[in-house]
Design a protein around this ligand. Structure first.
Ligand SMILES: CCCCCCCCCC(=O)SCCNC(=O)CCNC(=O)[C@H](O)C(C)(C)COP(=O)(O)OP(=O)(O)OC[C@H]1O[C@@H](n2cnc3c(N)ncnc32)[C@H](O)[C@@H]1OP(=O)(O)O
Length: 218
């Protein structure tokens, strides 16, 4: 596959370590990085992925799209920064904190008692036969389960295990209710449960363990 094999990713913005292990030392958040149009840029990329998932282009159109994409990739080349400096993951005003890799969700309420969110799986999250891929459901649970653990302990936590019980089909393009909460904790261990509903219908359940990271722990 052609890509960017010589590209160096995640190059530190300066020599000062901006974190002491885990994801982010201080949960630094921002509504400014990337500017006022960053959310719309992410939305357009998601829309493009939706279209790619369902498009059947002619060879000529595929070549045209490749050409356009190369130009777009080149535009971003000069702006690449490290993960701590990128807007992605820190823009709390945007769906999924502006993180393009996550299914878009909006947190309605979050704190030590848990997280209430609305997640909408996009057309490109298709698994088969018109419904969501189970892996994408797991990603939503992982992120929002991790958030419930982090909000309880006030520090980052990493997933030790994550079990998803798929109770019924998960629709695409439909706002769904996702809840996560720490059901029990024991030292650094946070046993996180979760549910995903389409209206009253239970689509999936989460049973997971998130371990609070020690200072400096990767
Ligand atoms: C606000 C922003 C929110 C953002 C949320 C983002 C969430 C995203 C979360 C992720 O996706 S993290 C990425 C996926 N996870 C990993 O890559 C983790 C890989 N594994 C590890 O790094 C370590 O194994 C881990 C940090 C999970 C634990 O290692 P530690 O050395 O810190 O702990 P240790 O092994 O001493 O275990 C601590 C306790 O947990 C228990 N434990 C650990 N792993 C377990 C496991 N898998 N099953 C059951 N118990 C487990 C272990 O037995 C022990 O129990 P006791 O204290 O009772 O002795």
């Amino acid at each position: 596959m052609k890509g960017a094999p010589e590209q160096e990713w995640n190059v530190a913005a300066d020599e000062t370590p901006q974190h002491q292990g885990g994801f982010r030392a201080d949960f630094e958040v921002t509504t400014e990085r990337g500017g006022p149009s960053y959310g719309e840029m992410i939305e357009q990329v998601r829309t493009f992925m939706d279209k790619v998932r369902y498009a059947s282009p002619s060879p000529e159109l595929a070549d045209e799209v490749i050409d356009d994409l190369r130009k777009l990739n080149a535009k971003l080349d000069s702006t690449l920064v490290d993960e701590w400096t990128s807007p992605s993951g820190t823009r709390i005003d945007l769906p999924s904190r502006g993180n393009i890799t996550l299914p878009p969700y909006e947190v309605l309420d979050g704190g030590p008692d848990g997280v209430d969110a609305v997640v909408t799986f996009r057309p490109f999250h298709l698994g088969g036969n018109g419904v969501a891929h189970g892996g994408h459901v797991a990603i939503a649970f992982d992120d929002l389960g991790g958030m419930a653990a982090a909000l309880r302990v006030g520090r980052p936590a990493r997933t030790a295990y994550l079990t998803v019980n798929y109770r019924s089909l998960t629709p695409l393009d439909t706002p769904l209710t996702l809840r996560t909460w720490v059901e029990r904790h024991d030292g650094r261990k946070n046993f996180v449960r979760g549910t995903l509903h389409d209206g009253d219908r239970l689509c999936a359940e989460l049973d997971s363990l998130f371990i609070e990271l020690k200072p400096g722990q990767a």
